[in-house]
Design a protein. Structure first.
Length: 93
């Protein structure tokens, strides 16, 4: 019996790290992929994964967000720690 490299209790983790999926690839691109994989003696999956990793590593890194705008309000009209002044400003006392 050949081992798949995953023990029974670890099978889910292996499935998650090597997900099988279906891709729709143009016939001409697929033919080139197949030839290149044969030329390099590699799997098509390996080449596609390498190409995707290269694509993701060369994409523009997310830049820092610009700072939020700030506005000059002209200062405070009342000290909010002064309850009487605050009530007077709110109620016009």
């Amino acid at each position: 019996m050949r081992s798949s490299g995953c023990v029974t209790y670890n099978r889910i983790e292996c499935m998650v790290s090597h997900m099988k999926t279906t891709l729709k690839i143009d016939d001409s691109v697929f033919a080139r992929l197949k030839r290149e994989a044969a030329r390099q003696r590699r799997t098509m999956s390996g080449l596609v994964e390498e190409a995707l990793r290269l694509l993701f590593s060369t994409q523009k890194k997310q830049t820092e967000l610009p700072p939020l705008p700030s506005f000059e309000s002209g200062g405070t009209l009342v000290d909010i720690a002064d309850r009487d002044a605050l009530y007077q400003a709110m109620e016009g006392r």
